[in-house]
Design a protein around this ligand. Structure first.
Ligand code: ADP
Ligand code: ADP
Length: 226
């Protein structure tokens, strides 16, 4: 059974110039544990689709289900990571990560200990008490990833997660993500305009095109990552 099921989804945005059909006839099923990339030109609706799976936007018609249940709002079963890390500037690394745990209902006494585990997981030991502005871009993205992973969502929704990073940092983050996903068995849906990144990370690449945004192709990736 698929964990994420997208069927006959359509979505328009209302603008001053009228209605823009962003997505039409989108169908996609993703199994538990899969790593799927969505690629396609800017404006083809990749982010719109990702945010609908996240429950931040509603389709005009069609159905999006996660584990057989209609998605109607955001939930802790789905964790989002954005290109812009969206950390709280007034909280330290440890506090930013603990904030995710607060949202998940982890008791106050356990939060800092659990947050510390995730600090180690993403390689930020020693930086717990830094503020986001005191960190490099790659380190900030690691904090954002740790904050999302800390409440253990089954599904990771990634929107150009490494798009703002220089190529060397991006490569080390990509390997880190693969390692984390393999050990924590996540289902991942990632939006990227970088086909190389999609092929490097995912097991299946789904290709979209625009006017209106829809899925036009998909292919499996079978490379030796060891
Ligand atoms: P992508 O992520 O592939 O670049 P988006 O999902 O961001 O595509 O956008 C899909 C289409 O919907 C584009 O034509 C875009 O201009 C339009 N769109 C996205 N968000 C809005 C919005 N808030 N208001 C109006 N149009 C939007
Ligand atoms: P990354 O973004 O992957 O950490 P960088 O090249 O930006 O890569 O940084 C390399 C290393 O330099 C980091 O892992 C960290 O040890 C150190 N570093 C970077 N920025 C800072 C900073 N603002 N304060 C302290 N150490 C830093």
């Amino acid at each position: 059974m698929s964990q994420i099921s997208i069927a006959q989804v359509e979505k328009s945005y209302q603008t001053r110039h009228g209605s823009v059909l962003a997505l039409a006839d989108v169908n996609l099923s993703i199994a538990e544990g899969e790593f799927v990339s969505l690629v396609g030109p800017s404006g083809c609706g990749k982010s719109t689709l990702l945010y609908m799976v996240g429950g931040f936007l509603k389709p005009d018609s069609g159905r999006i289900e996660v584990d057989g249940k209609l998605v109607q709002k955001p939930g802790l079963d789905r964790g989002l990571v954005f290109q812009q890390y969206a950390l709280f500037p007034w909280l330290t690394v440890l506090q930013n990560i603990a904030y995710g745990l607060e949202a998940a209902g982890t008791p106050r006494k356990q939060r800092l200990a659990v947050a510390a585990e995730f600090v180690s997981m993403v390689g930020l030991k020693g930086f717990e008490h830094r503020y986001p502005r005191e960190l490099s871009g790659g380190m900030q993205q690691r904090v954002a990833l740790a904050r999302t992973l800390s409440y253990d969502p089954k599904i990771l929704l990634l929107d150009e997660p490494f798009g703002a990073l220089d190529s060397q940092t991006r490569e080390s983050m990509q390997d880190e993500l693969l390692r984390i996903c393999a050990s924590m068995r996540k289902t991942v849906l990632m939006v990227t305009h970088d086909v190389n990144e999609a092929v490097y990370l995912s097991k299946r690449v789904v290709v979209m095109s625009r006017r209106p945004g829809t899925i036009v192709d998909e292919f499996p990736v079978d490379i030796d990552r060891s």
